[in-house]
Design a binder for this molecule. Sequence first.
Ligand SMILES: [Zn+2]
Length: 299
Amino acid sequence: MGKKEIKEFLLNNKGYLKWGKHKLANKFNVSSEKITEVVFEINHNPQNFKRLFFDIETSYNIGKFWRTGWNQTITPSQLIKERAVICISYKWEKDDKVYNLTWDKNQDDKKLLAEFTKILETADEVIAHNGDRFDIKWLRTRCLIHRLPFPTYVKSLDTLKKVKSMFNFQSNKLDYIASVLGFGHKVPTGGMELWDKIILEKDDKALDKMVNYCNHDVVLLQDVFGAIQSYIKPNTNVALHKGGKNYDCPSCGGSKVTYKKSVITTKGTIQRQMECKECTNDYIISNTIFSKYLKNKDA
Ligand SMILES: [Zn+2]
């Protein structure tokens, strides 16, 4: 029995998964290594590509200074209270609900960080606006200060990086892009006053307001990503993630794809430009992969 058949059998008869690899290897007359591979694929469930959208809000530092004025240097020794993460809103691509976490009553973000890191680790790709330079680095730094683990490798797609490199928007701020694409504006925060109420007065209503604002940002973020997705280069090959073919659409994972045209590099390498009929994304594959496409297309 081939790997594919064993996988199909086990998926339809999940009770057998409890058997253990040696017993299963005997049953199917294959090596236990092969069983390990199949069981890994089943548990890893590549059919589900999990994309996580998130946004964080942070508090300001509190410090001491002798005077106000222009062009002053503030050194770390002037800090009284270190900034922290106030809240994180997050949303799974295929789930309508927006979830959120907030710091605790003592304005300690340790529990929030521990919880969110676990969630982040279960995602196949995380998306945040300026996530690579801001959100992810912020989270990693706070985790280190608390001596909490945080992944070295975060598979991310930063929508700010994408809009900067692929478009010419008049502003690369999420609020502007969301509004010009017809998704509406961000919820106004009311500025510094909201932070003051949360940080200095521990006002729960103000915190709710911030959570609400942060939640809405995540919805806009997903809207913007959805709109630009078929115009940008993906950071993850979704097709392969879902167990598809390497000539399927890397952006949405769709298999309804067609040949568009050939591209020949200056070095004489032939590449094939493909188009996805499901999301309109175009992408380039090598000639070798293209021959596989042709073979399977005719079969
Ligand atoms: Zn597609």
